[in-house]
Design a protein around this ligand. Sequence first.
Ligand SMILES: Nc1ncnc2c1ncn2[C@@H]1O[C@H](COP(=O)(O)OP(=O)(O)OP(=O)(O)O)[C@@H](O)[C@H]1O
Ligand SMILES: [Mg+2]
Length: 230
Amino acid sequence: MILQVDNLTKTYASGGRELTVLHAVSFGLQAGDTFAIVGPSGSGKTTLLGLCAGLDRASAGSVHLNGIQLDNLNEDQRAAVRNQHVGFIFQNFQLLPTLTALENVQVPLELRGEKGAAKTAQALLERVGLGQRGHHYPAQLSGGEQQRVSLARAFANRPAILFADEPTGNLDPDTSATVVSLLFELNREAGTTLVLVTHDLELAAKTQRVLKLRGGKVVEDYRSAVVEKY
Ligand SMILES: Nc1ncnc2c1ncn2[C@@H]1O[C@H](COP(=O)(O)OP(=O)(O)OP(=O)(O)O)[C@@H](O)[C@H]1O
Ligand SMILES: [Mg+2]
């Protein structure tokens, strides 16, 4: 299992009250699986993704990522696990505003101590159609372009598992199709496990398995009939 989630629960204390946004969610994924998390706004999708990727800690339950239990690790230890195993495409991109597009992609490579980071980063930007925009800062890029830089940055880690929070949410149909084929190419060629949050049921149907949340609970967990694998 590359990802094993057991009875994961997340409670926030807000305004003196407790708000449980995830209730005992459980599932397991094998390496190379493609998986979609769907559900209405506020149902807990981003929260679940963040817990699975070790960005945040659960209130109860456990997450095992590539055999490592995340729940007992501190922030630095979780950051190390993320850097080693995880790619993450944020719903709001989270590019570093003071770095250019190229530098945003280059940084994770440098953190891993890779040689030729600038060259690899440039090649990744070219793959997402932004080869000419490397010197631009995030504020100088459109939402869809920032999303593609974020995708290139996530790819830079050559992650065992890639979490993508609405990766096509801000893209026009053509760019969206390009991004989707890049994601599935990564799955096919590098065996990267894909975990996507999406409102796009057509995209969800391209994954092998779909988990549907409502009010923080799993209401459906089904295998989709993937006719044509991307
Ligand atoms: N830090 C926080 N403190 C309190 N409540 C929070 C916090 N973060 C998220 N929530 C609440 O948790 C619930 C789930 O949020 P989450 O972002 O996971 O939803 P989502 O399914 O990703 O929604 P969307 O489709 O709109 O992105 C929401 O009701 C949200 O208000
Ligand atoms: Mg969300």
